[in-house]
Design a protein around this ligand. Structure first.
Ligand SMILES: CC(C)(COP(=O)(O)OP(=O)(O)OC[C@H]1O[C@@H](n2cnc3c(N)ncnc32)[C@H](O)[C@@H]1OP(=O)(O)O)[C@@H](O)C(=O)NCCC(=O)NCCS
Length: 192
């Protein structure tokens, strides 16, 4: 009985922490959909484009995730970001619907040029992750990258540039090692 009470208390506490956090983010002008969960110590914060920051319905951002910078952030519906991830908003970052991301993802939307002589020479380029992509743990995505629809990125990979859709990519820098079934092909295979 004690265990059940403690478990219920824990889940009630977790829900309230998440609700309070969502209320705080909404008051700050961030657009958050229905049934969103934001974990403990997670912060989504654009210092200039808060109204352009959007979190879609049923998206879950785990604990200790920092999304921070001057540009905007959009994450679609039913997506997931694992614990300990860091997303830099020097340039826009767009994550579409049904994207699953493992722990400790790093997205950098800025880079330094070889001529670096101070912050003026910083290069800022957006990052886009298209729908239905699955990203393993400890992946780094560098400025200017686009990951196509339905890709899988192996654990520990570093992504730079454009990745074509429906591919399995692994390594440093991530290379395509397999073609993956397109959503429709996969449904037909399962139906057989
Ligand atoms: C990529 C992955 C999905 C495996 O896919 P798979 O189709 O079973 O691939 P295989 O195990 O057959 O490996 C194929 C090749 O890729 C290599 N490879 C697999 N995963 C790799 C990785 N993460 N980094 C580098 N190389 C990798 C294998 O060594 C193998 O190389 P080889 O052909 O030279 O022997 C898996 O290794 C992985 O990284 N999963 C993510 C796990 C994770 O983060 N889980 C948390 C869930 S959110």
């Amino acid at each position: 009985m004690k265990f059940i009470t403690a478990a219920l208390g824990y889940f009630a506490w977790k829900t309230w922490v998440s609700r309070f956090k969502i209320m705080f983010h909404r008051m700050a002008g961030i657009n958050i959909g229905k049934h969103v969960i934001l974990g403990k110590n997670t912060l989504v914060w654009s210092s200039k484009n808060r109204k352009e920051c959007r979190i879609g319905d049923c998206t879950h951002i785990e604990c200790d995730v920092i999304v921070r910078g001057d540009s905007y952030f959009r994450i679609g519906k039913g997506s997931y970001i694992g614990a300990g991830s860091y997303i830099d908003l020097t340039a826009p970052v767009i994550i579409e619907d049904r994207v699953a991301i493992g722990n400790n993802l790093t997205i950098m939307s800025h880079d330094m040029s070889y001529k670096w002589r101070g912050l003026g020479d910083m290069i800022a380029e957006s990052v886009v992750i298209k729908k239905g992509t699955w990203i393993g743990v400890n992946v780094t995505i560098l400025a200017g990258s686009t990951i196509g629809e339905g890709c899988i990125i192996g654990a520990g990979s570093i992504v730079k540039g454009n990745l074509e859709p429906y591919g399995l990519y692994v390594g440093i820098l991530a290379k395509r090692i397999k073609d993956l079934p397109h959503g429709d092909t996969y449904k037909k295979e399962q139906a057989r």
